[in-house]
Design a protein around this ligand. Structure first.
Ligand SMILES: C[S@@+](CC[C@H](N)C(=O)[O-])C[C@H]1O[C@@H](n2cnc3c(N)ncnc32)[C@H](O)[C@@H]1O
Length: 227
């Protein structure tokens, strides 16, 4: 491998590594030597990084689609739809001084997530249904960012309910919309537009990004809470 150039992204501890014409998104590994799934580890100037695959993570895809999204190392994050921790683990690499509260309702996925959290002390796994945010009200403080990826019918409503309870004013919502989970018979862009309209009055929408070619029929919404 030739010389590697690192370019910062809007996410702390995350870079685009350019070498020999190839471009890879990476996060600085919070737990050197430990992989979370089967991601590759690379060393650059005595630091270990994890390669972050945009085909496996919608957040990675969003960053590579030139989003202006910013997540800082001291941010607290409420992550809805954590699954077995693929993207969550990279978010925990990013917010080294903050806490990631990771909500997931599948007990099977939760088992893996708990394993990931044993190595990452500021990752808090919560077995709960994101449709009922009151069920975790004793655990979660106000957060800077809500990241949601739940592939459900009522995706905007879940985000609105959680933001009302937990997102600070001016906080950021990153909502991954899987149009086919809402209505598989209609055009995905039309379905997404209807879902985004539901955020009106509560959020200012900054970006609506089609995640092709990484994730088909998926759109990412980046919005700021205004009330
Ligand atoms: C597309 S996967 C998430 C992938 C994950 N965000 C990643 O990038 O690594 C969607 C996850 O949301 C979870 N989920 C769906 N509805 C949920 C709900 N109402 N409450 C909590 N988790 C939910 C599913 O069990 C599934 O694990």
């Amino acid at each position: 491998m030739g010389k590697i150039e690192l370019i910062g992204t809007g996410l702390d501890n995350s870079f685009i590594a350019i070498s020999d014409g190839s471009k890879r998104l990476i996060t600085k590994n919070l737990v050197p030597g430990i992989r979370v799934y089967d991601e590759k580890l690379i060393n650059i100037e005595n630091e270990e990084y994890r390669i972050w695959d945009p085909f496996r993570s919608k957040l990675a895809a969003l960053v590579l689609k030139d989003s202006s999204i910013s997540i800082q190392k001291n941010h607290n994050i409420l992550y809805l739809g954590a699954a077995n921790g693929t993207t969550v683990s990279h978010v925990s690499d990013i917010v080294t001084n903050g806490i990631v509260f990771a909500v997931e309702f599948s007990p099977r996925a939760m088992k893996d997530l708990i394993n990931v959290s044993t190595q990452r002390m500021k990752l808090v796994p919560i077995l709960a249904d994101a449709k009922n945010p009151k069920s975790y009200q004793n655990i979660i403080p106000e957060v800077d960012v809500i990241y949601q990826d739940v592939a459900q019918k009522d995706q905007a409503m879940i985000a609105i309910r959680n933001a009302r309870m937990y997102l600070k004013k001016d906080g950021i919502l990153v909502l991954m919309i899987k149009a086919r989970s809402i209505d598989s018979t209609r055009d995905p862009r039309d379905v997404t537009d209807l879902e985004v309209n539901k955020l009106e009055g509560k959020f200012k929408v900054y970006e609506l990004v089609n995640l092709e070619p990484y994730h088909s029929d998926h759109f990412a919404v980046v919005a700021q809470k205004i009330s």
